[in-house]
Design a protein around this ligand. Sequence first.
Ligand SMILES: Nc1nc2c(ncn2[C@@H]2O[C@H](COP(=O)(O)OP(=O)(O)OP(=O)(O)O)[C@@H](O)[C@H]2O)c(=O)[nH]1
Ligand SMILES: [Mg+2]
Length: 409
Amino acid sequence: MPSLKDVQQFFPEPSQNIIRELWSVVPEEQRRNVQDVVANLPLGKNPTKTMIDLALTHSRAVLGNHKNVAIIGPANVGKSTLYNQFIRNDQDKAVVSPIPGTTRVNQEADAGIFNLVDTPGADAVGPVGIQERERALEAARSAHFLIIVFDAIQGVKQTEQDLYQQMLELKKPFVVVLNKIDLAGKHKDAIIEKTALNLGIDSYQVIPVSALKGTGITEITMAIIAADPAMTLALANAMPMYRRNIAWRTITTSSSLSAAIALSPLPVIDFIPLIANQVGMVMTIARIYQYKITSARARELIGTFGLGMLGRSLFQQFSKIASVPGWLLSSAIATSMTVVMGYAAIEWFEKGERISKERFGQLSKDLSKMMLERFKQVFKKKPGKRQLKQTVIDIVSEESLRSSGQDTK
Ligand SMILES: Nc1nc2c(ncn2[C@@H]2O[C@H](COP(=O)(O)OP(=O)(O)OP(=O)(O)O)[C@@H](O)[C@H]2O)c(=O)[nH]1
Ligand SMILES: [Mg+2]
């Protein structure tokens, strides 16, 4: 059975040290949970990237840790205004003004969810400017996560592109925010597209925001979670009203992982890594709702739905009626069962309601059917894991918004 050490060896040396350090401060009872999840990873057989993702997603979520998030961008784009949106304590609020160069030194405050750092413009020139720029870069270097802000009206030109490149070189998780979108009017979509083009990213990766009006703040929060699952718990605790959304994010990531696991060339679905993934997911969801459960308890909960049997039976039923490749069927079923398992976990931890085995089976069947149709439309040939994961994330996100009954907007 693999141990945490076996997982560690797949990371570059500096990360191994971080994992060792993190591990040394984890309380004994929590260690067992993580070890249990890790022990179910089939690393011996096939140490794929998927397995590493799985370990990272869930063990970091279980461990949790506090993050420094830095807001970086050119002068006057609205960094301090955005910062103030996250800060609850009035005394910590940053000074805002229409004059570029208002913020001269880094300012840091607890945003409840993370430590947030506001920085001076990182594009400043002249003797004072260089100092300010250096301060901003220093904050970026010591941050765990970057919110890179540009101005919808100023646009992204050479200076902004250079700054963006510099940020990329830091190799940190980040989001790109396009602020002052309220001023864009009917040109909004075109401006977003142009920004994405100039930065060499897709337009869905640009988050339109009005820091002034407070729109798009949820999207930033959600993007931070999507980019870094370790944030999940901290966020859920800080913002109870978003728990359901956050739980759905976890389900989305986990189900895309399930899809990728099921893509492996096996005659039938290999349930062991799937169950390991689901155990991790259920534990994460439990913690989002502030329950602490052991992996044994999570497995028990999953066990009550008889997923192994259900998966095999769905596989047989569908292969009779639809002539589709095995990988497509496996992935559709694995994704669906993971989504339904996540849904069942939310119902349980949020409302204390247990869904019946029959309903679980029916939901899995309906969802598998839908997934199958969508997969058939999208994939004319077998996709790579990355592409499959992205497709699943897209489909499940649509579904989760509908079923969670609340829009993130
Ligand atoms: N219309 C509009 N104005 C905004 C928005 N965000 C900020 N502003 C305005 O833009 C100006 C600059 O805002 P700041 O938050 O001080 O910008 P900054 O990036 O911190 O600027 P420096 O500290 O000088 O680098 C102020 O006049 C804000 O009111 C927004 O979303 N929409
Ligand atoms: Mg400022």
